[in-house]
Design a protein around this ligand. Structure first.
Ligand code: GAL
Length: 386
């Protein structure tokens, strides 16, 4: 079964865009092992747009660019599999991909068969150059059928940027994850905007069909080779920390965009946070709901709490301050269904400091600096002497 919990991995687009090749992907696979990414749960290595030649061959097949991938895709898949990892590739519902390479329109079944032959494990399926009068929903259904019947387990990652009411049909269409937003950029406004845009969409995510808020820019610090994504410094480490925590709490797939061959400890620290990954990978994959802190008149929309019910009865609580000033962010336990009269307190564990914070009754009110967050895992505690 594919996609029970949000897929985790790495994708070439955010940092490298068109500048991809066999050596890069093999190097990334090596680092998955030596730097502990595989052990933390990251699994898929996805080659995004620009991997193929601009024309199909005389049999109508896609051809890997021989300059970029001289050994072919199957050989790369073998290498990635030998590391215990999975390989992903990219195509498009339309006639062309966004960067002008051949798309899979009217080639869905033969392309899926070709991906299976290459032993691909994941397909990201984009939305550019789709004829206006064909329903996108139908085209995703088509590729989903093709993948499900190609003889191989291939995870289906739909990427139509949240358009055409995708929330209402992605699951039915067979997508294991679906992009719900336009492209992320390596700056705080983009990260914040994407998160805020999905706060009222949490009911639409869940096991086997996850709301994909786009790939992570954590750690990139302006390293993209593309102006649109951002070459200007990126975010601060605190902002990246908050970006990762939001994606974990909101159940988004975790696809790294940072060049993990670089040794940058603060970034590794963020991406390998096992307590946050455990929340993201909780087996039931429930969406997180938002609570606005009291007093209501004091806080803007960019200060909020997220609550995620976990399979074992624990509750993940995220206190997010996306505003530009430091804030106290108080949660009344009443608001998550816990009346004081029940005699139940919460024992809180801090998922960034990795330590117990103690037992709290009735409320918890952390002080959260601007653009920062606090995430705790709460357990029921009956021994508070009430
Ligand atoms: C966009 C997509 C990006 C990337 C790019 C490639 O449509 O949202 O994630 O795949 O195309 O051209």
């Amino acid at each position: 079964m594919l996609g029970k919990t949000p897929p985790m991995g790495w994708n070439s687009w955010n940092t490298f865009t068109w500048d991809i090749n066999d050596e890069l992907i093999r190097g990334i696979a090596d680092k998955f092992i030596t730097e502990g990414y595989r052990d933390a749960g990251y699994e898929y290595i996805v080659i995004d747009d620009c991997w193929s030649l601009k024309e199909r061959d005389s049999h109508g097949k896609l051809v890997a660019d021989p300059k970029k991938f001289p050994k072919g895709i199957k050989s790369l898949a073998d290498y990635v599999h030998s590391k215990g990892l999975k390989l992903g590739i990219y195509s498009c519902t339309g006639t062309h991909t966004c960067a002008g390479h051949p798309g899979s329109l009217e080639h869905e079944f033969s392309d899926a068969a070709q991906f299976a032959e290459w032993e691909i494990d994941f397909l990201k399926y984009d939305y550019c150059f789709k004829p206006r009068n064909i329903s996108g929903e139908l085209l995703y259904k088509r590729m989903s059928l093709a993948l499900k019947n190609c003889g191989r387990d291939i995870l289906f990652s739909a990427c139509n940027w949240g358009e055409d009411d995708v929330y209402n049909w992605a699951r039915e269409a067979g997508a294991h994850m679906y992009r719900s937003t336009h492209d992320i950029r390596d700056n705080w406004e983009s990260v914040k905007g994407l998160a805020l845009s999905q706060l009222d969409k949490t009911a639409y995510t869940g096991s086997f069909c996850h709301n994909d808020m786009d790939m992570l820019v954590v750690g990139m610090h302006g390293a993209s080779n593309d102006d649109f994504i951002g070459k200007k410094g990126g975010c601060t480490d605190t902002q990246y920390k908050t970006h990762f925590a939001l994606w974990c709490m909101m159940g988004s797939p975790l696809m790294i965009g940072f060049d993990i061959r670089k040794d940058h400890q603060p970034t590794k620290h963020i991406l390998l946070n096992r307590d946050l990954i455990a929340i993201n990978q909780d087996p039931e994959s429930r969406g997180a709901y938002r609570i606005k802190p009291e007093p209501n008149w004091f806080h803007s929309n960019d200060v909020f709490m997220l609550v995620k019910t976990l399979t074992n009865g624990d509750i993940a609580l995220g206190f997010f301050n996306l505003s530009d000033a430091d804030r106290e962010v108080p949660l009344l336990f009443w608001d998550i269904g816990l009346p004081f009269a029940s005699g139940i307190s919460l024992s809180l564990y801090d998922c960034h400091q990795h330590k117990e914070l103690g037992i709290f009754r009735e409320r918890f009110a952390p002080k959260v600096p601007a653009h920062d967050c606090v995430v705790v895992r709460a357990k029921f505690s009956l021994d508070a002497g009430v």
